[in-house]
Write a protein that binds this ligand. Sequence first.
Ligand SMILES: CCCCCCCC/C=C\C=C\CC(=O)SCCNC(=O)CCNC(=O)[C@H](O)C(C)(C)COP(=O)(O)OP(=O)(O)OC[C@H]1O[C@@H](n2cnc3c(N)ncnc32)[C@H](O)[C@@H]1OP(=O)(O)O
Length: 713
Amino acid sequence: MAQYSRVSGTVGLITLLNPPVNALSAAVRQGIVDMMDKALSDRKVKSVVICGHNGKFCGGADIREFSSPLTGPLLIPVIQGVESAAKPVVAAIEGVALGGGLELALGCHYRIAHSKARLGLPEVHLGLLPGAGGSQRLPRLIGVPAALDIITTGRHVTAAEALKLGLVDRVTDRNTVDEAVKFALSVADQSPQSRRISTFPCPHHPDLDAVFEGVMQRVRQRARGALAPVACVQAVAAATLPFAQGMERERELMATLFTSGQARAQQYHFFAQRAVGRWSMPSGARWDKTKPVAVHKAMVIGLGTMGRGISVALVQAGVSVVAMETNEKQLMDAKQAISSMLERGAKRRGVAPALDKIRYSSDMQPAADVDLVIEAVFEDMALKKKVFQQLSALCKPGTFLCSNTSGLDVDQLASETRTPELVVGMHFFAPAHVMKLLEVVYGSRSSPQAVATAMELGKQMGKVSVAVGNCRGFVGNRMLKPYLEQAFFLLEEGATPEFVDQVLEEFGFAMGVFRMSDLSGLDVGWRVRKADGLPDGHSARIRQGCRYSPLGDLLCEQGRFGQKTGRGWYQYDKPGGQVAKPDPWLQDFLEKFRTQHGLVARRIDHQEVLERCLYALMNEGFRILEDGIAAGPEDIDVIYVLGYSWPPHRGGPMFYAAMVGLKKVLERLEHYHQEHPDIPSLKPCNLLRKLVVSGSPPVQKWREFLQKPQSQL
Ligand SMILES: CCCCCCCC/C=C\C=C\CC(=O)SCCNC(=O)CCNC(=O)[C@H](O)C(C)(C)COP(=O)(O)OP(=O)(O)OC[C@H]1O[C@@H](n2cnc3c(N)ncnc32)[C@H](O)[C@@H]1OP(=O)(O)O
């Protein structure tokens, strides 16, 4: 709804009221219509201010309403009503003006923003475009190039940038509503005619065609098959037409997106990111019943790539850091790298680099005086155990001990300490100061407070933290195993790395499985497999009764570790080179391998690659839910979209399974398992069967079919 009052004698003040972000629900839209009528018909009122309740202008259309038939007045005529008002209307923008919220502000005749406000049109992240005139008014106000940037990236613009762009008329550090009221008084006698953006011509640009062409090319490259970014460019292109025609084009494009599966997937992802914050543990412990401990001082142990990124993320979150590394050369390099990352980050955010928040150490002693430690040494259990033993002896009581392991047993690490309840995994993703995902891994003895503290610290670092149980590979890497395995089997059966990657990249992954393996280094997994007892030089295709592909091991034995050695599944022009080229050596190697094992290469099609790789991965996701390692499908989906480049417009693997149809997924898994009975990851899991028998409920209902956590409190 919206509230109305008359202030300073002649200003009608309309306050949008729909906590927490004053989203434009049907009631709010109706409220705006009614309160505008009131203000316009009150003869004492000479000008109007629109603001939002509780320091937030407006977070946009109410996304929850998109899944049911729209009711109430539509936003487009509501905004037209504001713009065509005969009295000047001023938007007082505090907090956020996003999506429909900014479109409403663009319908006002003046915009005053608080210096801390953020503005943007993030619809592209919801699979939409700014469909309430935003794609037509923004370019008219700030020009096509700047509008294209804001609309296609969906990024938030600071008040300072908004002022520079001409998006707002004034920025204030004072009470924004008071300033807007004063401003409204000052323009009360002026006609709003010349301030109606819909009447502006689109600003002249010497070579608009080239601008659109360039942006379209970039957008298509980045979109990975998403429709919305392309439609955003098309809508802005229509801003060069008369306003009414442009609005018609915006409406047509929006209608296509609005009902698309992609929009549903991206809106699901929006709410899933928020749902994972409401974590629970099998013990019954929950986010709303557990208070995190504030972390002021932390230590990072091991300054390789991960340790450096984690240190930067902590400092940027305002935490004082002791960064520790025993290798002198590595320590020197890390100091330089961390300083320059902090400087670059500060420049981007327009603040001073917090170099004084970090100090370096070559020994563990400072661990005695910190609130939390994150161990980021080499992925080796014996080494990590030693670190945890030392920490346990050194740290003051209550210090949380975290490991950045990407899949080792957190319980084993905890058992090396006197305080296993304070031990959790904090699995960051590289580069750790950039990637948004954090897996917080609770062991069997981790206390709810340790989980809450790690989750909160993740949030403070700007991450989306997902609490997961302790098992080999946790959620993300556990699901990766059957996916990689299928890719290897497909090569054995006749596919090429280029073809498998092409199919997966067309699906929307940023990189196919082989390019990704080359980038992360083939030796990483090889070392883990060897630690698990992989005999050197052994190329058997059956291990413990199950099919096994030794292809990755054989490549590593040849010193082909991927990009860093210039050879892997592809060849590169030099070690560290980035351009992957098909390698005739590999073709030859695969042919010899097949001959040696009596395999006849067959033609493998697009569908088989996609189904075997993805359905095996999804099947593991169902197992993870069944095992209680993830609390719900949203947790898995958020992990995959934010950590493993699963395309957001496909929602995540569990959402995608529901979109494909669980019955179909089950049938195809059954088919492939029949063809390959020695591949257990293709055997459909019980939860999938149970869901199909129950009529394939939508993903949001799956939690009802999961075993309830047993309370141990
Ligand atoms: C057939 C063709 C018909 C076509 C007709 C269509 C006509 C449509 C016309 C116009 C359409 C306009 C499109 C839009 O405006 S889409 C919305 C654009 N806005 C956004 O994308 C902003 C989304 N929100 C955020 O980015 C953040 O929430 C933010 C506002 C920055 C606040 O962040 P923070 O303080 O961190 O808080 P949370 O993110 O945790 O949010 C708090 C709770 O509020 C819920 N929320 C937020 N925004 C919305 C929203 N726009 N609608 C509904 N709910 C929203 C959020 O989910 C949190 O609640 P919960 O934890 O319960 O999930």
